[in-house]
Design a protein around this ligand. Structure first.
Ligand SMILES: [Zn+2]
Length: 417
């Protein structure tokens, strides 16, 4: 009733326990010529001085008649919904932390969507209460929870320049509203007869869509948002690069913005980069840029350059992890092979001189073959590049000794050709 008075823009004054309503002059015959009537605000205040407020009473009938007499649809809106872009922005901004940068609005549009409120006299209830049924702009039923969250129960009139709705759109909303109302009634009492709403009003609900921009230095990234203005929430920023999402943003040293957790410092250079650009040194466990590492040919793992050492046997540079008593894992795992093993066939095909040797043992790393042969008195070690078959290291030694003597360039050809 208080809403109806406000919606009809009637002159009234709230007093201690009643609303003093001034009746327009032309309407006073309805109220026995009274210029003012008093509407009780509480049950306790009801006495003979007050106008009865039951549905059948003249006040209620008159108000409903006045409301329904208007040409335009009755327009209302939630009392507490953001009405300006700024109200939403401040709310959204609060969720984000941007290191050395800021979040700002990259664009935002507020659009009024027409919901419909159908108000029924609750026939099942002696309390003379009004029951509202709401339908959304698309004709779907609005749950009690959504109605509460959107603030549809706490509304104010839109008296000046309400948004417009096409008559066909309004009619289809009303049809949808009646259907929803009938279903609601039928679900409570299958035998209930359909009743007419007292008043139908369009509720203008604001929808917000736009994007947030996050700027650090010269770089800006964005995150879209969309939803009912009263409910729209900050979404975590989702990085297209790392796929990570979060509310805390930071930038790499070269200015790329990402979720802060995805940015880390290289433990070798101190440079702030994406975590995914760092590799783990298999010896020290440090997270470093790949450029400070090499892949160990034996373990296949990243290793900081200063964590490499030469194998005392094959002289190849390998990660310290691959070494034991100075020898690499490959050299420790030499296996006897037959002379027709394709790998030996390749090596001997390229370096015919080696064919004079027998009793071959072989091991391989990612880059080289380590081939070792044993003769009557002497042994030979050849480290051969897997791709080019070039000999990287050649050594001989006594069969009775574990020491190798590197072969001089001068006599190298004698052994190989
Ligand atoms: Zn080795």
């Amino acid at each position: 009733m208080r809403w109806a008075v406000a919606q009809l823009d009637l002159e009234s004054e709230e007093q201690r326990n009643c609303q003093l309503l001034t009746i327009p002059e032309a309407e006073r015959t309805t109220f026995d010529g009274q210029a003012e009537i008093r509407i009780p605000l509480t049950d306790e205040s009801a006495d003979s001085d007050f106008e009865p407020t039951n549905f059948e009473g003249r006040l209620c009938q008159w108000l409903v008649g006045q409301l329904n007499a208007a040409d335009l649809p009755i327009s209302i809106r939630p009392l507490n919904q953001p009405s300006a872009v700024n109200d939403i922005a401040q709310n959204l901004f609060a969720a984000y932390q941007v290191d050395d940068g800021l979040v700002h609005l990259g664009g935002c549009q507020l659009t009024d969507f027409p919901f419909l409120r159908l108000s029924f006299a609750d026939a099942e209830n002696d309390q003379q209460e009004v029951r509202h049924v709401f339908v959304a702009h698309d004709g779907s039923a609005v749950s009690d929870e959504l109605a509460r969250n959107l603030g549809l129960l706490d509304i104010e009139p839109v008296l000046k320049l309400p948004p417009r709705i096409e008559d066909t759109a309004l009619q289809s909303l009303i049809t949808a509203g009646r259907r929803v109302a009938a279903q609601t009634v039928a679900s409570r009492d299958p035998n209930a007869t359909t009743i007419e709403p007292l008043v139908v009003a369009v509720v203008w609900v604001k929808h917000a869509s736009g994007q947030l921009d996050f700027t650090i230095g010269d770089t800006t990234v964005s995150q879209a948002f969309s939803g009912w203005a009263k409910l729209v929430q900050s979404q975590p920023y989702r990085s297209p690069v790392t796929g990570a999402s979060g509310f805390h943003l930071s930038a790499t040293e070269d200015g790329r913005i990402d979720v802060a957790d995805e940015i880390a410092a290289c433990e070798e250079s101190g440079r702030r980069v994406l975590r995914q650009e760092l590799v783990t040194c298999s010896v020290t466990g440090k997270h470093v840029l790949e450029e400070f590492t090499e892949t160990c040919p034996v373990t296949g793992e990243h290793c900081l350059l200063d964590q490499f050492a030469s194998c005392s046997n094959c002289q190849q540079s390998v990660s310290k992890l691959a070494l034991k008593d100075g020898r690499c894992a490959a050299c420790r795992a030499l296996k006897k092979i037959k002379k027709d093993d394709p790998r030996i066939v390749w090596i001997l095909g390229e370096h015919g001189g080696l064919d004079r040797w027998n009793d071959w043992q072989l091991a391989e790393t990612k880059t080289v073959y380590i081939a070792q042969a044993t003769g009557w008195t002497r042994r030979l070690l050849a480290v051969v590049d897997k791709e080019s078959l070039a000999v990287r290291h050649l050594a001989t030694g006594s069969r009775l000794s574990s020491y190798w003597t590197p072969v001089d360039e001068a006599v190298r050809d004698e052994l190989l050709k």
